[in-house]
Design a protein around this ligand. Structure first.
Ligand code: MN
Length: 499
């Protein structure tokens, strides 16, 4: 059986092209390796002679980013965009060069990440703007956010090379913006790594003291874990349960840190620091395995949770129970199917479907949008998160789609008329009807995040209806409706003037 790994970070990996192609092969991705090599050569040429603050060749950074993307099973365009993501900003090559060599889709991803990169965490104004841009970028194409996460993860690994002030800014931004988004998207592995790197720089003393305690804790438990793994595996096999995987998992440092703060700062009162994870093929076998384990080991009361019947809000599913081992110690067991396991590891990325062209299907965007608006609501509810910054960006903006999938950012309660004027004045002026999510809807319908809005126009229409002024929300729509009001009848009669 394999060794139980207690601390595993992306930094174990060498950022080389060989490692990248090996990762693509190992993860069995449907990716043209030759094209990836070409993108590498292009990036390598573009960044030639550049070094990072850490002293390493610059190319290590985009390659490391691309390796992370491959580990998360992102598609070919995203991996290539990961290799090229810093080219337009930092080299003599342009976005057009990328478009010419690698096509529109890759260029659009690189453009998205370049725009996002221009925003820095400096004070509240910028912070809000940054969040908004993140959400808009995410809604347009979620893959941009994955590149940003992978980029950030690499930067965190080499954060030691930066001045203290910059370290703090980057770590805080990661903890306050990136990690909550990763969490909402169910990408826990990423969330854990982003948090732990930030933890290290924001609270160095607490970090190293906890890490020391944990190393002691783990070495005390290692034999117990190995022994339990062997015993449970044997019992399940005896009952003909097909155990696909049984492995130890550890909790991330930042989440333990937060937990012990609510438990009188005592590590021993946290029960799920280490757990054994049992992966079986079917849901029926999850419950069977649970029954077998409970019949052999005494379960701790109030520690059983059925997240299969009642998934967590972010979609997480598993059975959790804590059992007592022979020597009176306790250990948490998590039982799940392979599908649940993949969802837990990769989050929403585990359920992507690509069409023939390799782009994410449109209906998947709706799911994203739903996740997005849930995140808005959650963050808005979380007092601690919001109090210091008084952020209202989540409450007062919505993101809706055009039929082509473009994202339009409007104020809350905006209507199809606001949408129409946002697209173009002529469209606003000739609007006769609207469809929202493929259903006919009245023109004063209040739109919500994730809605797909289609405007039906009639070019013979003389102009907007002044009654629209009663419900439009945007200043732009209001101004345009007013300005096209029919001229006063007096104006057309010679000799009469209006005062
Ligand atoms: Mn970068």
């Amino acid at each position: 059986m394999t060794k139980i790994k207690f601390f595993s970070y992306a930094s174990d990996i060498m950022p080389t092209i060989t490692e990248l192609t090996k990762t693509i092969e190992r993860e069995n991705l449907n990716v043209d390796i030759e094209l990836v090599r070409l993108a590498y050569d292009f990036a390598n040429q573009a960044h030639k002679g550049q070094t990072r603050k850490s002293g390493e060749p610059y190319i290590n950074h985009p390659v490391g980013t691309a390796i992370t993307l491959a580990k998360y099973h992102l598609d070919q365009d995203t991996i290539i965009a990961g290799l090229l993501h810093d080219v337009p900003e930092d080299t003599d090559y342009s976005l057009d060069d990328i478009r010419r060599e690698f096509g529109d889709d890759v260029a659009t991803l690189v453009e998205g990440i370049t725009k996002l990169g221009k925003l820095k965490y400096r004070g509240i104004e910028r912070y809000i703007e940054n969040l908004r841009k993140m959400f808009i970028a995410m809604a347009s194409d979620i893959r941009v956010i994955f590149i940003k996460f992978a980029d950030r993860l690499y930067n965190l690994q080499t954060l030691y090379a930066l001045p203290a002030k910059k370290q703090e800014r980057i770590a805080r931004e990661t903890l306050e913006i990136y990690a909550p988004i990763a969490n909402r998207l169910g990408i826990w592995q990423m969330k854990g790594q982003l948090e732990d790197f930030s933890f290290k720089y924001l609270y160095p003393k607490e970090y190293s003291s906890l890490r020391e305690q944990l190393e002691r804790y783990y070495s005390e438990r290692e034999n117990l874990l190995k022994q339990s793994r062997r015993q449970i595996s044997a019992e399940l096999k005896k009952e003909n349960i097909n155990v696909l995987e049984i492995s130890g998992r550890t909790k991330d440092l930042w989440s333990i840190y937060k937990k012990i703060q609510t438990h009188n700062n005592e590590l021993k009162s946290v029960h799920d620091i280490v757990a054994l994870r049992v992966v079986v093929p079917t849901i029926a076998e999850c419950y069977q395995a649970l029954g077998i384990i409970h019949s052999k080991w005494r379960p701790m009361t109030n520690r059983f949770k059925d997240y299969i019947a009642q998934p967590k809000p972010n979609g997480y599913q598993s059975l959790h129970t804590t059992i007592f081992t022979e020597d009176g110690k306790s250990i948490e067991i998590q039982i799940r199917t392979l599908d649940m396991h993949r969802t837990a590891e990769y989050g929403i990325a585990a359920h992507w479907h690509y069409d023939e062209r390799g782009s994410i299907k449109f209906d998947k965007k709706f799911e994203w949008m739903q996740e997005l608006s849930k995140l808005h609501q959650e963050l808005a509810k979380d007092k601690n998160y919001l109090d210091s910054i008084k952020i209202d960006v989540f409450q007062d903006r919505i993101f809706v789609f055009t039929p082509k999938g473009d994202v339009i950012d409007l104020p809350e309660n905006a209507t199809p008329i606001d949408f129409a004027y946002h697209i173009h004045t002529d469209i606003g002026n000739t609007t006769t009807a609207a469809r929202v999510n493929n259903q006919m809807a009245s023109l004063d319908t209040e739109l919500r995040s994730g809605d797909m809005v289609e405007i039906i126009t009639d070019k013979n229409r003389k102009g907007p209806n002044q009654d629209w002024l009663k419900f439009v929300k945007t200043t732009a729509a209001r101004e345009k409706i007013k300005s096209s009001a029919p001229k006063s009848i007096f104006a057309s009669i010679p000799g009469l003037r209006r005062f």
